[in-house]
Design a protein around this ligand. Structure first.
Ligand code: ADP
Ligand code: ZN
Length: 735
């Protein structure tokens, strides 16, 4: 390559040119000259000038035949960074994901480079040590700081300030006085490696078969998809840990994808119980320093096991040997901002490109995965019963038409009675309602005015604990007014419908002695608080937990015997393609929290439609029949996975421009037998963050190259500069 460059561009002397992909919303690469003495290969991470800025970017290819006319206008690569190059496997993934999702390659690359601003070696951390006599007169702040440092050891500067409860200025003051000395902190020790033989459990015969399959797949090491299909509490985690143990023994890395970071605290502990140490984490809540350190550990191979949210899929693993997708059915894996991609599907793609095994684990597999397992494309590894012989919980529907709650209340008499029993027996109960806040709708009793978000087609949700009305789509908040803004009536606002806060209020009235807590994404801030709450639950300091879906999964509460689902019909309301599937999965998962130890569990579903397919399947615990019926229905309507879908979302500040673009798209729509176009129509969220939205849906048969069709189609339509057209391949949200 090097040679060829020199020969073909003889007149341009020996200047070499590389094509560089920059992590911004662009598809194409840019050419840069390689300064003399710099050696660059595809995958190398570099700094390049981009407009007025310097950006971190990646060499994508050598450019053997640069356009000679451009030659003098090309800029030089600024610097080659001292980090491992992005492997071909990851570059291929970036290209693949970009082509499949029709998102800019640079945006996909960005996810691989997400390490905070400082790539490369960590900045030096400074510490302080007590070295001199303290000044005669001490302020209380200085005294506290000296107290903290009285051991004469080196303390991190900001740690010492935090511990003493003083500002950085107080530390600097004592440094100036000569009382404290500043020294560089030694780099943190690399964490000890997980030990594959630390504490291996004894497996049941049923588990042993699954464990054998896991070990075989890990030992084989080639591309292979296994569906670890086991009911909640069957030991899926323990079983896939054995695949990880095998990969650790082979000195390769494992990525464990989780749908939700709230889940990871308890998981990290379980991992430590099995392997002796916690794994490395990757998610959006990490501090920049940890992010940078973890990114480095992942790219050098120092981190053998990484637990992460979907974005961890794009990290530059030094030697990835296995991917686990826990709760593979979870729709949190679908990313709907920036690049639209489904992390489970793209994980299978990465495993395929890297030629490594992948395990999808679920108690309620998605229809897509189930169909693949039935066709034999994925190996099904079953775990049909709970570990230790625990029974599955008994699930019953409460028909709200026959046993309605009192007016303005949401807990029916039969459910209240069972909660009472559970508390009397000193067991725990969970009330599940997948709705944050106090009430989903507020209206004026005098004039009927409904409080709507000024920027979205959405009602404002009252959050009484925070004293706000909030939009769950854009984050807009306002204080509830004393008077109605429409008619001026005083104290006329009425809450309609329940959120978890309102259920908590009702519970406090019904069971005044019970110790209760709320677990929702806005009442717990961050993984630490979630962990604390989970701990309190495990220590039985809580009798009754009221939670949204963030507490539905993963957690293991041995004393939880009763689960009450406040509104089992909630998820069915939208009626989209996956509403029934989603409801079934979520409620099975919630139900799976009950009776995981010796005590049998009981689940009560409050519903207005106990005769519906979903409720029947739940009550009978008949997952297979449910999936069968869903798959049949999808097949009959040629819906995924038997057909393909792509959504176009047209948005902009001016309704006329949005509508005109949507109509133009419809006029230019591809006309072929195997492709159907629906719309345009105003989106259910017709207005979001102040932008008007219209949608079109493309439905095609399985063998159509949807990306090709879309690219040609979108290429023919001109749009005003204030209108955006977003493509969502395999859409999960139809809002
Ligand atoms: P799942 O992921 O299928 O819901 P888990 O792996 O969480 O199941 O297992 C449920 C509970 O049973 C956990 O507390 C786990 O530690 C325990 N468990 C599962 N298998 C074993 C085993 N072979 N030995 C000891 N405990 C086990
Ligand atoms: Zn809004």
């Amino acid at each position: 390559m090097d040679h060829a460059t020199r020969q073909t561009s003889s007149s341009a002397s020996s200047t070499r040119v590389v094509d560089v992909l920059v992590p911004v919303a662009l598809n194409q690469t840019y050419s840069y000259r390689v300064p003399r003495g710099m050696d660059l290969e595809p995958g190398d991470v570099v700094c390049v000038p981009l407009g007025p800025r310097e950006v971190v970017a990646v060499v994508w290819a050598q450019n053997a035949n640069p356009d000679p006319r451009l030659h003098n206008r090309l800029k030089d690569v600024g610097e080659k960074l001292d980090v491992p190059p992005l492997k071909e496997e990851l570059r291929k993934l970036v290209d693949w994901v970009s082509t499949y999702t029709l998102s800019a390659r640079g945006m996909v690359l960005r996810m691989a480079l997400r390490m905070g601003e400082n790539l490369g070696p960590e900045r030096m951390r400074l510490g302080v040590r007590l070295v001199g006599e303290p000044p005669k007169r001490l302020t209380p702040a200085r005294r506290r700081l000296i107290e903290v440092l009285s051991d004469g050891l080196l303390h991190g500067k900001s740690d010492a300030a935090r511990e003493a409860g003083v500002s950085g200025g107080v530390v600097d003051g004592l440094v100036d006085e000569g009382t404290l000395a500043v020294e560089a902190m030694p780099p943190p020790l690399a964490p000890p490696a997980p030990d594959p033989s630390f504490a291996q459990p004894d497996f049941s015969p049923q588990q042993r078969t699954a464990v054998d399959a896991m070990r075989a797949l890990a030992a084989n090491g080639s591309f292979h998809v296994a569906l670890l299909d086991g009911v909640t509490g069957s030991g899926k985690t323990e079983v896939y840990f054995e695949a990880i143990a095998e990969i650790i023994r082979r000195n390769k890395q494992t990525l464990i994808l989780m749908p939700e970071i709230a889940l990871t605290g308890q998981f990290l502990d379980r991992f430590a119980q099995r392997f002796g140490v916690r794994p490395i984490e990757w998610h959006s809540e990490l501090t920049p320093r940890t992010r940078q350190r973890n990114w480095a550990a992942i790219s050098t191979g120092e981190a053998p096991v990484v637990v992460g949210a979907r974005s961890a899929l794009f990290l530059p693993y030094a030697d990835l040997g296995l991917i686990i997708v826990d709760e593979e059915h979870d729709q949190a894996y679908k990313q709907d901002e920036g690049a639209h991609y489904h992390a489970r599907d793209m994980a299978v793609v990465r495993a395929h490109i890297a030629k490594i095994p992948i395990v999808l684990a679920s108690a309620t597999p998605s229809v897509e995965t189930e169909v693949n397992a039935r066709k034999g494309r994925y190996q099904r590894v079953p775990l049909p019963s709970r570990f230790g012989g625990q029974h599955m919980p008994q699930i019953e529907a409460i028909d709200l038409r026959r046993a309605p709650p009192p007016r303005g209340r949401f807990i029916s008499p039969p459910l209240a009675e069972q909660i009472q029993f559970a508390i009397e027996k000193r067991e725990q109960a969970l009330l599940f309602l997948n709705r944050r806040g106090y009430a989903p709708l507020t209206l004026c009793r005098a004039c009927g005015h409904r409080f709507q978000c000024p920027q979205c087609t959405a009602w404002l949700v009252e959050h009484r604990l925070q004293g706000t009305l909030a939009c769950h789509h854009c984050g807009y908040t306002a204080k509830p007014p004393d008077t109605c803004p429409k008619c001026g009536a005083l104290h006329s606002l009425a809450a309609c419908g329940p959120g978890v806060e309102r259920v908590a209020e009702e519970v406090a009235k019904l069971f005044p002695a019970a110790r209760t807590a709320i677990m929702a994404s806005d009442t717990i801030r961050g993984p630490a608080e979630a962990e604390a709450l989970v701990g309190a639950m495990q220590r039985r300091e809580i009798d009754l937990l009221i939670g949204t879906q963030i507490m539905a999964k993963g957690h293991h509460f041995p004393w939880l015997t009763l689960v009450g689902v406040v509104d089992a019909d909630l998820g069915l309301a939208g009626g989209d393609l996956r509403a029934a599937e989603r409801t079934f999965q979520l409620l099975s998962q919630v139900a799976g929290r009950a009776g995981r130890a010796e005590r049998p569990g009981r689940v009560l579903l409050q519903t207005y439609m106990p005769e519906s397919g979903v409720m029947q399947a739940l009550a009978k615990l008949d997952r297979d029949a449910f999936l069968e019926a869903e798959a049949e229905a999808r097949k009959a309507h040629r819906m995924p996975p038997y057909g393909r879908l792509a959504a176009l979302i047209v948005s902009g500040p001016q309704l006329e421009n949005v509508a005109a673009t949507a109509r133009a798209l419809a006029r230019a729509a591809p006309r072929q037998d195997d492709v159907q176009i629906f719309g345009p129509a105003p989106a259910p969220l017709a207005m979001l963050r102040g932008l008007h939205r219209q949608r079109l849906l493309l439905k095609a048969s399985k063998d159509v190259n949807v990306q090709g069709v879309l690219r040609r189609w979108l290429g023919t339509v001109k749009r005003p500069s204030d209108v955006k057209v977003k493509v969502d391949i395999d859409p999960y949200s139809f809002l």
